[in-house]
Design a protein around this ligand. Structure first.
Ligand code: NAG
Ligand code: MN
Length: 392
């Protein structure tokens, strides 16, 4: 842009110099040539200035759109990782991927044209940095443990790993999300998980920390005020005020902490074990990748409109038309996957034929649980617990 303007200006200078020469000369034909030249050059200058200005304006509008409440979905969709269509088609249609035995973690990125969000979908925050799906193939002989919501309870996490006899060389650890918040050492849990090469999915509390950290890194902590104001992210399912308590965690995270937590996908698929891991649940009535991320991280039930709902069992009146999402899942099974999930401390351990709920409320002083996928053996320890009111 600068170069164009600069060269236009210097050409103009050249032309003006030549014009002065022309003023001295009486030749009409020569003058006509110069007049035409000026007209042409004027057009070039207008184009040279107008085009960059309009491009610049489009950029500014895009930046403004990032912050405006009515966020343009196109822009947000670019923030979501993208997927290979052939693999996706296989997942959604046959649900039978023959995984390559040598592969470790394959990051599947989603082609947005294949995603058809349901009408109840929420805006995805521009700071979400969310991967929708990872496909993972564990080593053939490995024990594969799925551990429920840890919520910063590092001591309990380590004690349960001791009980299991966990060995990071041979065993695989997968976390159902909500590694952070409420417990005593959220950062410690992130670092321990990273150290163990644990896989994970994103929980609703992890998501808040990631969004606040993303905003903080982009605009600075000083921009996060007044404290009662809502962070501009569009129509997200859970608007965050600048005084949100998750900021305390975001503030002390380093780049590695952030990258680890942000790298936890919404859905972890393990085709060789016919397993799938999410934090909250899945809408059984739509295809896997169409699932609304906020709902996957927050849902517990399906409501009478067959939409995901975050309302808790304890708050449901007996007359509620809500059903546990796992009930709906069992009556609409279209694949062989067993879904491992957390987030529902009120219900606690919930072992069903195709769904395994693992949040047993450790941070509320109940238990921390893990299950080994191949043997379905359950391991639990008692937790010391923090104050809180079952906000999962
Ligand atoms: C998004 O998260 C990944 C880790 O999954 C990280 O490498 C990348 O830097 C993050 N992007 C931004 C913009 O923070
Ligand atoms: Mn949760």
């Amino acid at each position: 842009m600068t170069d164009t303007n600069y060269s236009s200006r210097s050409s103009l200078q050249d032309l003006e110099n030549k014009l002065e020469i022309d003023h001295d000369g009486p030749n009409k034909r020569k003058r006509w040539v110069w007049v035409t030249g000026i007209a042409l050059l004027a057009s070039v200058i207008i184009v040279a200035i107008a085009v960059p200005v309009s491009i610049h304006r489009q950029h500014s509008e895009q930046n403004a759109a990032d912050l405006s409440p009515a966020i343009n979905t196109q822009t947000i969709q670019q923030n979501i990782a993208v997927t290979t269509s052939s693999i996706l088609t296989q997942i959604d249609q046959s649900e039978k991927i023959k995984a390559d035995s040598s592969s470790a973690v394959s990051l599947i990125t989603a082609d947005q044209s294949l995603i058809h969000p349901p009408d109840y979908s929420h805006t995805i925050s521009p700071y979400a940095n969310l991967t929708r799906l990872k496909i993972y193939t564990p080593p053939a002989q490995a024990r594969v443990f799925v551990m429920g919501d840890i919520h910063g309870c590092l001591n309990e996490m380590n004690r349960l790993l001791d009980v299991i006899g966990f060995n990071a060389q041979n065993d695989v650890l997968i976390l159902t999300g909500d590694l952070v918040f409420r417990g005593p050492d959220s950062i410690g849990v992130i670092r321990r998980a990273k150290e163990l090469n644990a896989l994970c999915v994103r929980g609703n509390h992890d998501d808040k920390v990631i969004r606040l950290k993303g905003y903080m890194d982009k605009f600075g902590i000083d921009s996060m005020s007044p404290k009662d104001e809502i962070m501009p992210e569009g129509q997200v399912g859970d608007p965050l005020k600048f005084k949100n308590k998750h900021i305390a965690i975001a503030r002390i995270m380093n780049v590695d902490d952030y990258n680890y937590l942000a790298g936890c996908p919404l859905i972890l698929d393990i085709p060789t074990l016919e397993a799938r891991v999410v934090h909250g649940g899945l809408d059984p009535y739509i295809s896997l990748l169409d699932n609304d991320p906020w709902s996957v991280m927050n849902m517990r039930d399906m409501d009478s409109d067959r939409h995901p709902s975050k309302s808790k069992l304890s708050k449901n009146s007996p007359s509620s038309d809500n059903v546990h999402w796992t009930t709906a899942y069992h009556s609409h099974i279209t694949n062989d996957r067993t879904v491992f999930y957390g987030h529902d401390a009120s219900r606690g351990i919930d072992l069903d034929s195709k769904t395994i709920g693992l949040d047993s409320g450790c941070v509320y002083g109940r238990k921390l649980s893990a299950i080994e996928i191949n043997t379905k053996k359950l391991y639990q320890i008692d937790c010391r617990g923090e104050d809180g009111n079952d906000d999962d």
